[in-house]
Design a protein around this ligand. Structure first.
Ligand code: AMP
Length: 363
């Protein structure tokens, strides 16, 4: 099969395929619709947040060969709102359609915390000290060098603080490994960060790069609670974050929007992790930027020029987790609150149900 070159802009009226059916896919579909694209979502979940606003949903497992073939056949580009898609599915898609963005290298790098840390260190970008862990003996062997307490995380499929536990000392090694389900893991030195920041950046097929200003993020229990943007930071910090983003996107030959989570320390910035997709800490751009991260991602993967990333307002975003979403009526009657609800049918404790952004004048 022959494909148009990836740099040929996808015309309005074409369809964009999205793997994953969550809120990120929903907001991508809304942005795509605004630019005249249809969205086709592939998700195992019937009645998903993204599926309910997409033109079409294929309800199937990510590795379902028929569903992948159908997705490739009816779309001009395929992208992701969820990075833990099996590598086999990504390889299969690449064989079916030239336009898969981001590509398999970026996904594979982000899917395994050890591969991810090694990638950053190979670029000369700092991370927490770490060691791979295949069993409690590895924890005992490296805890002294890394220092206790250290954070044990599953190598794969952890998110929002899931699959993570603190190891208090060598005597806790066995129990800690049990707590994360005895899965292959990484042990990370505890970073004494001043605060957490993130940079949301995009790269197009042509290599063009655009980054939003730094965001300051506050997590509780490993889950993002609120973001403040633009983060107050000196020019050197902004420049260092931009350099990290540029190096990462270029070395991964990345196309689309990515979120890079950073720790600000007394010695400078360290990378915590890299998300090969639009990112929760970029939701503020929906209300404070002319081109938000979702439209930017659609532009990038569709081969359009990237949009401006300069905010016209300062933003404070907070996530509505679990029953906090029951306050929707009060939030809707607050003229200062920009309310986004994800259409999830069931409220569960800690589940991301929506977010609220409040704008103020730029300082
Ligand atoms: P992660 O799932 O890796 O993004 O981790 C979730 C949150 O846990 C981060 O946003 C931090 O607040 C905290 N955290 C993760 N890794 C470390 C570390 N090495 N040292 C201190 N805190 C960490």
């Amino acid at each position: 099969m022959s494909h148009p070159p990836s740099s040929t802009p996808l015309p309005p009226g074409a369809a964009i395929g999205v793997l994953g059916g969550g809120q990120l896919g929903r907001m991508l579909a809304l942005a795509a619709a605004r630019l005249g694209f249809d969205t086709v979502v592939l998700t195992p979940e019937a009645d998903s947040p993204a599926g309910r606003v997409a033109a079409r949903t294929l309800v199937a497992e990510y590795e379902d060969a028929d569903a992948l073939a159908e997705l490739a056949a009816c779309t001009g580009v395929v992208t992701f709102e969820f990075e833990n898609v099996p590598a086999r599915a990504v390889a299969e898609l690449q064989a079916l359609t030239a336009r898969v963005a981001p590509g398999p290298l970026a996904l594979a790098t982000a899917q395994d915390r050890v591969t991810e840390k090694r990638f950053f260190q190979a670029q000369g970008i700092g991370t927490a000290g770490f060691c791979p862990v295949d069993g409690p003996a590895d924890i005992v062997a490296h805890l002294e060098r890394l220092g206790a307490p250290a954070l044990l995380k599953t190598r794969r499929e952890g998110y929002d603080g899931k699959g993570q536990t603190w190891v208090e000392g060598a005597r806790d090694a066995e129990a800690a490994f049990d707590r994360i389900g005895r899965a292959p893991a990484i042990l990370e030195a505890r970073v004494a960060f001043r605060r957490e920041l993130s940079v949301i950046a995009a790269r197009g097929w042509s290599g063009e790069i655009a980054a939003y200003p730094l965001t300051e993020n506050q997590h509780e229990g490993g889950v993002l609670r609120r973001s403040i943007a633009p983060a107050q930071a000196d020019a050197a910090t902004h420049a260092a974050a931009l350099k990290i983003a540029r190096t990462t996107l270029e070395r991964l030959d990345y196309v689309g929007v990515a979120g890079i989570e950073l720790f600000e320390t007394a010695e400078g910035l360290l990378v915590n992790e890299f998300a090969p997709r639009v990112h929760n800490s970029g939701h503020w751009t929906l209300d404070a930027c002319e081109v938000d991260q979702f439209e930017q991602h659609v532009r990038a993967v569709a081969g359009w020029s990237l949009g401006p990333t300069t905010p016209f307002a300062a933003a404070h975003m907070h996530n509505l987790l679990g029953e906090a979403a029951e306050d929707w009526a009060a939030l809707a009657s607050d003229p200062a609150a920009r309310l986004w609800l994800y259409g999830k049918r069931e409220i569960e404790p800690g589940r991301k149900m929506g977010h609220v952004t409040r704008l103020s004048a730029l300082g």
